[in-house]
Design a protein. Structure first.
Lengths: 292, 324, 283
């Protein structure tokens, strides 16, 4: 046993870095996301799936138009709408992958945050950043940014792949056409908001399976049920349903931009942003107060 | 320096930590002892801000832990070696934590070398053995080169070389003037590592003193005596303060009489003694005595096939575990 | 201290000790019942399914009173026959929650490491997997039937106001109620199989939910592509489920028996794959 009388003064220590800063915490969260191999793989798969879906969508459209062109005039009348309708649908091609993309991004976002609790990593994180909010906020920002780049990127790539397919039936369009750039970029915005809402759910529930189920229920099952089943129930239901996060967010991507009784792209974006910000703030406050 | 004042933590009806106050001083190794479930881990978690105290407060180097601008430079904590993502490599885990404070890659590599993780640093943590995981936890604690160190069961799963390494690490850090606060169940290690002890039981502090005092608190003189005539010797020495335990047919443990008086009594009766050894209390014995009534989770002894039959008058069982 | 070495002792055992399927089954029942998420998910599923069914009942009544509020072009069927579908209307949510429950029950064994204890206790492995599947399927079946029945009961008072109430003997109603249970049981089997194959809760839930909910959306989108897409869609698990609980057979769709066979086919194939993989793979 060693017996110390007076403590010797601490030696000058190697102290690089002067401590916590938000920029550093951002960097830490970036490292965390990029150093788990399955994350990178999942993101790549999401990209491929989204582009693949958009390609199929474009192809399907071209086939339909080709079919119609070959069909008799009676059938053409029956198919209704005509080229105008098809042209409008063609504009959706770059963004159309978002249906599957949001499922994967929602799950990934929940897992990336809830797994900190699942693996116990959250304790290391909270000891390094005891004020907690900067770490969670940084994680949200990084993952939202990744989701945005993924979504917009997938939509861009899909745009370029779709043009040759669509041009065979005269359905091609330019980037500068009305609303095209909006739809492409907002595929990214939409996925970013999905990610933030999913992360809030993951933080609040601290459980991967529960979080994934809740997020999927909120984004997929709930709106579908509302649309198909409950809408006849009362007048205000279809009106209110427009303000659900995914229903509102859809408007950012869709054509035509202005439609009767529907939110405009800007309104839709703001509504979805409001959902995301509100849930984010709630999750941050709860995480700060709660025992880890 | 760690200062706890009237620290309490309640979970509903259960009180895990009950009005605990202590100071952990720099420049020495302070051991934190207590039975399972006594509140050690909860106390340590409150020190680093993982749990919020129900009452009271605890500060590190003068401020509550979350208020420090560079927490990892103030306190390095090994609380839970499993607080890692299994699919990440040890190297990346350290990098991610280092990045929050702007700690350089060079320091990360230094800490890896220091803890002997060099060969496995780039491998996934999920595949680590218990000992390697433990070393990673220590590496995380050392990352910020902190003034205060908190280790919860640091030698858990380490091989003998690792155990020795931790002992020297703790003592070396204390010698540099840092505050070292460590908890362990390994009594033999604690006895040679710690300078000061804080003992907790059922959420309350039972003892807070230098280690020598705690061991000396067991102030009963005990002597081992080997003789062919134990019965005669006993009859000679018997009185109210002296008790006897028969360990083997020719081996007695005599409590309450100093060796010289035992030898004199034997000589007076012409009883041959061929072993006369004073026995000092161990930390384990002192600890068991202190916490005897405080143990929350008691194990049951498993029947031994041939337990030594205790001598008829054996009363005080000092040393624990010899009979069920 | 002790002198002689202890005499060799008889190996002690407090029971016959063999691993039988009945015992493995009991073990899986204990495991399932003692995890909080099971009870929570089952309770939530029941509440949501019945609540949804009641809402649909109410919605149907509204539609009868005010046909203009419904989808344009009418409903394509009489209100009464629509009412027959009400008991099973909670199925979409039930599918989501049961899929999650089934995947969690096995996925969590992997993420917590419990699977190692299980495989050491039952080294032949297959009985453990089958027992877990059986327990989960039975629980899901019971939940489905109870929820559909409760929905039926809750709907009658709502419907009677518009003379839409009906007895259990009405066309296709009783099979619909029972098959709500069948669908959930088969989905549970798929969930356990997928969870065992992927060894991950999140991955399993995403895959199964994607197969059940997103795939139909995609095939819907692509229906113009080729004839076979529409044909293939009928073989999706979601379509097969719908066929199983339908009270009247839709044109171009499979009937109940065919739907049941298809869904069972999916379940059996996935389960067989899981059995093979679990046996061969390192735990």
């Amino acid at each position: 046993m060693s017996i110390q009388t007076a403590p010797t003064p601490a030696p000058a220590r190697s102290r690089d870095g002067s401590g916590l800063s938000f920029g550093r915490i951002l960097r830490s969260e970036w490292i965390k996301v990029t150093t788990v191999p399955s994350t990178v793989i999942l993101l790549a798969i999401t990209l491929v799936v989204m582009v693949g879906l958009s390609t199929l969508y474009a192809w399907q459209l071209a086939v339909s138009v080709g079919f119609m062109a070959d069909a008799s005039p009676e059938m053409q009348a029956q198919m209704g709408g005509g080229m105008e309708m098809f042209r409008e649908q063609a504009l959706m091609a770059p963004a159309s992958g978002y249906i599957f993309g949001q499922l994967l991004i929602a799950s990934l976002a929940v897992v990336l945050i809830a797994s900190e609790w699942g693996t116990g990593m959250i304790r290391s994180t909270m000891v390094a950043v005891p004020t907690r909010i900067p770490a969670l906020l940084a994680k949200n920002l990084i993952i939202a940014l990744i989701a945005f780049i993924l979504g917009a990127g997938a939509a861009f790539i899909s745009y370029f792949i779709a043009q040759p397919i669509l041009s065979s039936e005269g359905l091609d369009f330019a980037l500068t056409d009305d609303g095209v750039l909006r739809s492409i970029l907002n595929t990214g915005t939409y996925l970013a908001f999905i990610a933030v809402i999913s992360m809030a759910i993951g933080t609040l529930l601290r459980n991967t399976a529960g979080g994934v189920v809740t997020a999927i229920g909120l984004f997929f099952v709930f709106p579908v049920i509302i649309v198909n089943i409950i809408q006849g129930l009362a007048d205000w239901i279809p009106d209110a349903a427009r303000f659900l996060p995914t229903n509102a967010g859809d408007r950012m991507l869709m054509f035509p931009a202005e439609a009767a009784g529907q939110l405009s792209p800007l309104e839709g974006g703001l509504v979805m942003a409001a959902w995301a910000v509100a849930l984010l703030i709630i999750s941050l406050l709860v995480a700060k107060r709660r025992d880890v | 320096m760690i200062e706890a004042q009237s620290l309490s933590k309640r979970y509903g009806a259960k009180t895990a930590v009950d009005n605990v106050s202590f100071t952990v001083q720099p420049g020495k190794v302070t051991g934190f002892l207590g039975p399972n479930g006594a509140g050690k881990s909860t106390t340590m978690r409150m020190i680093v801000g993982l749990d919020r105290p129900t009452d009271g407060a605890v500060t590190v180097n003068g401020k509550p832990y979350p208020r420090h601008k560079a927490p990892l430079h103030e306190v390095g904590a090994l609380l839970d070696a499993k607080a890692v993502h299994t699919k990440r490599s040890a190297y990346n885990h350290l990098r991610a934590l280092a990045a929050t404070h702007g700690i350089s890659n060079k320091r990360v590599n230094d800490v890896i070398e220091l803890t002997g993780l060099g060969p496995v640093a780039k491998r996934r943590v999920g595949g680590f053995s218990l000992g390697m995981g433990q070393r990673l936890g220590i590496a995380v604690a050392l990352l910020g080169d902190p003034q205060t160190l908190i280790f919860d069961e640091p030698v858990n799963g380490l091989d003998p070389e690792g155990v020795l390494w931790v002992r020297n690490l703790a003592k070396g850090l204390a010698a540099e003037g840092r505050t070292v606060f460590l908890s362990s169940h390994l009594m033999s290690e604690m006895a040679v590592t710690a300078d000061h002890l804080i003992v907790i039981g059922r959420g309350r502090i039972i003892a807070d003193a230098p280690i020598t005092e705690i061991i000396a608190g067991q102030d009963k003189i005990r002597t081992l005596v080997r003789t062919d005539q134990p019965e005669e010797l006993r009859r000679e020495l018997e009185n109210r303060e002296t008790t006897f335990t028969q360990l083997e047919p020719d081996l007695l443990e005599i409590t309450g009489r100093d060796p010289r008086s035992i030898a004199e009594a034997a000589l007076a009766r012409q009883i041959l003694i061929y072993e006369l050894t004073p026995r000092q209390s161990s930390l384990e014995e002192a600890y068991m005595e202190l916490t005897r009534d405080q143990v929350e989770y008691q194990s049951q002894a498993i029947d031994q096939p041939e337990a030594p039959v205790p001598a008829a008058e054996a009363t005080l069982i000092s040393g624990g575990g010899k009979s069920a | 201290m002790s002198t002689a070495a202890p005499a060799a002792q008889e190996p002690r055992s407090s029971g016959a000790g063999r691993v039988t399927f009945a015992r493995v089954l009991r073990s899986e029942m204990i495991k399932t019942a003692t995890v909080p998420s099971t009870v929570i998910l089952l309770a939530v599923s029941f509440a949501v399914m019945v609540g949804l069914g009641a809402l649909v009942a109410w919605g149907t009544v509204q539609l009868v009173n005010d046909p203009a509020a419904g989808p344009p072009g009418g409903l394509g069927a009489s209100a009464q026959s629509l009412a027959y579908d009400i008991p099973a209307s909670g199925l979409p949510f039930g599918q989501l929650l049961i899929a999650a429950l089934a995947v969690v029950l096995i996925g969590s064994e992997y993420t917590t490491g419990m699977i190692r204890s299980t495989m050491v206790a039952v080294p032949t492995r297959t009985p453990a997997l089958l027992a877990k599947t059986l327990v989960t399927a039975v629980i899901s079946f019971i939940l489905g039937v109870l929820a559909a029945f409760a929905t039926y009961l809750a709907a009658q008072p709502i419907l009677s106001g518009s003379d839409l109430d009906f007895g259990l003997d009405a066309d296709g109603v009783l099979p619909s109620i029972i098959n709500t249970g069948t669908v959930l049981a088969l989905i549970a089997v798929m969930g356990v199989a997928i969870g065992a194959l992927l060894r991950s809760t999140a991955g399993g839930v995403v895959t199964l939910v994607g197969a059940l909910f997103v795939l139909p959306i995609i095939t819907g989108l692509l229906s113009g592509l080729a004839d076979w897409v529409v044909d293939a869609e009928r073989f999706l698990p979601s379509s097969a489920s719908a066929a199983l609980v339908a009270t009247r057979v839709q044109p171009e769709a499979f009937n109940q028996a065919e739907g049941g066979l298809i869904l069972a086919g999916w379940a059996v194939v996935l389960l067989a794959a899981a059995v093979v993989v679990i046996k061969k793979r390192d735990v």
